[in-house]
Ligand binder design. Structure first.
Ligand SMILES: [Zn+2]
Length: 139
């Protein structure tokens, strides 16, 4: 009978220890969840800011590709080079990317190309064409 009691106490002790471990683990997971929620919010903010830096056409294109799961196949064009594989692009391709009217893919790596906002080429292209392509209010 005494052995039985001792065994019962031992098991109760094990159970209590397991419950403490479980509670500690749950607290860890809650903290991890909070951390991930914060990270998610921060990344969503960064994403929104990054989208705002794109031209409206490129942002639209990006969203369409993302919906189809293709956004990872995007590469910016900087200094005449595909930023996916760093091959220098033919001039006619660069012009097509800057125009942003059709989908252009890198001949080397096959990524969809977009003009990086803020590059001199993209700025000068937009400045030289905006007047003709974008009706302004009051025109
Ligand atoms: Zn490429």
């Amino acid at each position: 009978m005494e052995e039985c009691e001792a065994e019962r106490e031992r098991l109760a002790g094990e159970l209590a220890a397991a419950e403490r471990r479980l509670a500690a683990r749950q607290a860890e997971l809650m903290a991890e969840r909070t951390r991930l929620d914060e990270q998610r919010q921060r990344l969503l903010g960064e994403r929104a800011a990054a989208l705002q830096r794109l031209s409206p056409q490129t942002a639209q294109l990006y969203e369409r590709l993302r919906e189809r799961g293709l956004a990872r196949g995007l590469a910016a064009v900087q200094q005449r080079k595909c930023q996916g594989c760093y091959v220098e692009l033919p001039t006619n391709l660069q012009a097509m990317v800057l125009a942003g009217r059709e989908l252009v893919r890198c001949p080397q790596c096959g990524r969809f190309l977009y003009a990086e906002e803020g590059t001199a080429a993209a700025r000068s292209y937009r400045t030289s064409t905006e007047h003709h392509t974008t009706p302004m209010p009051g025109d």
